[in-house]
Ligand binder design. Structure first.
Ligand code: AMP
Ligand code: MG
Length: 432
């Protein structure tokens, strides 16, 4: 059985190979945040497109102004007016922030640094100016055609602003990976139903759908799948139809060693290749990862129309799958550790994570022999005592304790081999 570190490396290697394998789509600027650019962004013009003043004041020749003689005011330009001038010798030109510098001027004296008399101005001694002061030259930030953002950039507000300044109302981004979510369990009823004796509501379905959205994917939540091989096999075939365009298959439940844990056998029957079956971690030990081929046409009597609508020339690479144990805390932590990085990668993001943050333990925590532990915890991300956040473990009643999960905001990692970690120890924290 792989250690957590080995399993994470296995997922990361797979993820790396799959980065940027997706089709680009055009995203409207305001909705492009968090998505990944599929082509580089180039400057459409010089940036800035004209030499511009960074201050309210007077455009002038630095050498003349530094002589501290009074200069006549030859004109005025405010932001939005076309470039004016030329600036006559021995003169200054009133100018506002963002306005084009008049021809002939090489600097701007700040309003605060000048004195005026009889409609003339002079730079107050001992202030001096050098050429270029308070002026951004045309093309100083970028030249027309220059690459500003490489493909693979995760778009945030700053990159969106830059794209807007280049006139891109839409940006080419990788499409969101489509994730089929198969929750298994005879005990599960849908949220809107009242559980009968021995039944519980399916909370993993909505949780995983939310986690998929947060990780940049598009969830496709199947109705609950019963604990029988035929039902699981049927759901796998449907999710793996080429026309379904699934990029990742996620199972919740049915991957442990119990009599009704039938996901692994069903996957094996579908010809799955397993990269790992079980990880030395707690919770999450039964997690499985692998890939299957998309469903073949002959297996799919009754899906003919769907198949015909799938593009013939599209040779799809195998479909990765993750089988996550059904206990909600196990499901959450294994999705965060393995599912989210895979999704980020399938969505074209090279920085796929998981992204841990260091924090100091508020109390002693015990390790587990031969297992990496992940404990729901509450980290004070608003404060950094002595430069570090502080984190405390949330008490819980086993890995099914949704109330503990909902009170936490992160998982603390206790690496395999740690007997006990004392108060104040620096640990890795994974926000959720
Ligand atoms: P399993 O991984 O199928 O052995 O399930 C482990 C535990 O998680 C059992 O107590 C299940 O009832 C519970 N469980 C499984 N699937 C879900 C789900 N979708 N929502 C909430 N609890 C679940
Ligand atoms: Mg089950």
């Amino acid at each position: 059985m792989l250690s957590y570190t080995e399993a994470a490396a296995c997922v990361a290697d797979y993820a790396r190979e799959r980065t940027a394998g997706r089709k680009p789509v055009q995203a409207e600027l305001a909705y492009a945040c968090g998505r990944v650019l599929s082509e580089q962004l180039r400057a459409d013009t010089d940036q800035p497109p004209f030499a511009r003043s960074t201050r309210d004041g007077f455009a002038c020749r630095a050498a003349e102004a530094s002589a501290h003689e009074f200069l006549s005011i030859a004109g005025s330009t405010h932001a939005g007016q076309p470039p004016a001038g030329p600036l006559p010798p021995g003169a200054a030109w009133e100018i506002m922030t963002g306005a084009p510098i008049p021809a002939g001027a090489d600097a701007v004296a700040m309003l605060e640094d000048v004195e005026s008399s009889d409609g003339r101005v002079r730079l107050r001694p001992p202030h001096t100016l050098h050429a270029g002061k308070n002026v951004v030259a045309r093309g100083a930030q970028a030249h027309a055609g220059e690459a500003l953002l490489p493909a693979g950039t995760v778009l945030g507000p700053a990159q969106i602003a830059l794209a807007a300044s280049c006139g891109s109302a839409f940006l080419p981004v990788y499409s969101r990976p489509r994730v089929a979510i198969l929750t298994t369990g005879d005990e599960l009823v849908a949220v809107q139903h009242t559980p009968g004796p021995g039944q519980i509501r399916n909370s993993n379905g909505p949780m995983l759908a939310a986690m998929v959205v947060a990780a940049g994917g598009e969830p496709w939540l199947f109705p609950t799948v019963a604990d029988n091989a035929a039902a699981i096999g049927g759901a796998i075939r449907q999710a793996a139809l080429p026309a379904a365009q699934t990029d990742l298959l996620i199972f919740s439940g049915g991957v442990s060693a119990g009599k009704f844990d039938l996901v692994e056998p069903a996957l094996a029957k579908s010809g799955a290749e397993f990269f790992f079956t079980g990880v030395r971690m707690q919770p999450g030990k039964p997690a499985v990862f692998g890939q299957i081929q998309h469903s073949a046409e002959q297996q799919l009597a009754g899906f003919g129309d769907l198949l015909r609508s799938a593009s013939k020339d599209e040779q799809r690479s195998p479909l990765p799958f993750l089988g996550l144990p059904g206990n909600p805390i196990s499901t959450a932590v294994t999705f965060l550790l393995f599912g989210a990085p895979l999704l980020a990668s399938l969505g074209g993001c090279p920085q796929h994570g998981p992204h841990f943050i260091p924090a100091r333990l508020k109390e002693e925590v015990k390790g587990k022999d031969g297992l990496t532990r992940f404990l729901p915890a509450l980290c004070d991300f608003n404060r950094a005592e002595g430069g570090w956040h502080e984190v405390e473990i949330v008490p819980m009643e086993g890995s099914g304790d949704l109330t503990a999960l909902a009170r936490s905001n992160c998982f603390v990692m206790i690496p395999e081999g740690s007997e006990r970690l004392g108060k104040g120890t620096l640990v890795s924290v994974l926000p959720h």
